[in-house]
Design a protein. Structure first.
Ligand code: C2E
Ligand code: CA
Ligand code: CA
Ligand code: CA
Length: 287
């Protein structure tokens, strides 16, 4: 509730729970869940669009709720952000992703996977201990810094001097930064000047329908134009690109022809529990 400024008057409607109260209620539950260890990470491969080789994995948090089952981030991340619990939750995610990746590297060798990529919220970036948390997570799990990619959204990155300092410190440590959901923010391009990014993730909204070719589908043409421009820009700036949310071979082929070498999406693999991801990496290691 700290976030609510003066002009942000709370209104009640019959039969509707007031969001601050809903967040407070779920906040207590989140705190309990953190202590009880109910959060899990699922992993989704990021693959080379040509050979299908797994080059990295994105870590995505799930809540294994005692009565409601496995919950997706959309069901609890907003409340975690609003209550500030995203900071300890994000710390867990960071630590667990590093621990798991280090374990896979130990078990399957240095070629098993190049990168692990947890998501980082804006609240974490504003936490003065964040750089230290990252340093500690790397030191205590033994994951080399250059295997860690932090996924940040554009809105998270935009704000202020302190965040900028934090990002440059992380960059100097060798940690890679990815701009998530690229193209959906308002100043994607200007951001690239000041932000030490290594990777751009083209948002799924540009991938949806990108394979359509019938004349008179201007939406598809616009998406192709944007996707192509982003790939060229990234190339010129020496950044890697990942196309997100690929759901068909047609989309994968089209993205390749537009200049993308890496992709992620249900067509290649859905997010999966660590055990399954480990099996996938082990099969690769045997080849
Ligand atoms: P995101 O970072 O953009 O992650 C990609 C989301 O797209 C994931 O949803 C993934 O399951 C989904 N996805 C991947 N491929 C496809 C596809 O081909 N089709 C479709 N329809 N969806 C696909 P998920 O796991 O539900 O996560 C949603 C969002 O929640 C993430 O979006 C991210 O913003 C946030 N999130 C997830 N884990 C964390 C976390 O640990 N910390 C924070 N701060 N945010 C997280
Ligand atoms: Ca992400
Ligand atoms: Ca994304
Ligand atoms: Ca997203």
């Amino acid at each position: 509730a700290k976030q609510r400024g003066k002009g942000n008057r709370v209104r009640f409607h019959d039969g509707m729970e007031e969001p601050v109260l809903a967040h407070a209620r779920i906040g207590g539950d989140l705190r309990r869940a953190l202590e009880a260890g109910e959060f899990r990470l699922h992993y989704q491969p990021i693959v080379a669009l040509g050979e299908g080789q797994v080059i990295g994995v994105e870590a995505l948090v799930r809540w294994d709720h005692p009565t409601r089952g496995l919950l997706a981030p959309a069901e609890f991340i907003p409340a975690a952000e609003a209550t500030g619990l995203i900071v300890p939750l994000g710390r867990f995610v960071l630590r667990e992703a590093c621990r798991q990746a280090a374990a896979w590297l130990e078990e399957y060798g240095p070629d098993a996977l190049q990168k692990v990529a947890p998501n980082v919220s804006v609240r974490q970036l504003h936490d003065p201990d964040f750089v230290e948390d990252v340093r500690e997570a790397l030191a205590e799990t033994g994951l080399p810094a250059d295997r860690l990619v932090l996924e940040l959204t554009e809105s998270a990155v935009l704000r202020g001097e302190q965040v900028s300092r934090t990002l440059h410190e992380l960059h100097a440590m060798g940690v890679r930064l990815a701009l998530d959901d690229f193209g959906t923010g308002e100043s994607s391009l200007s951001l690239l000047r000041s932000f030490p990014a290594s990777i751009i993730k083209l948002d799924k909204s540009f991938v949806d329908g990108i394979e359509l070719d019938e004349p008179g589908t201007p939406a598809a043409e616009a998406r192709q134009a944007v996707a192509h421009a982003v790939a060229q820009l990234a190339g010129a700036l020496g950044l890697d690109t990942v196309a997100e949310g690929i759901e068909s071979q047609e989309q994968a082929d089209r993205l390749r022809s537009l200049g993308y070498t890496l992709g992620q999406g249900y067509h290649m693999a859905r997010p999966m529990p660590a055990e399954l991801m480990g099996e996938m990496l082990s099969r690769r290691a045997e080849r």
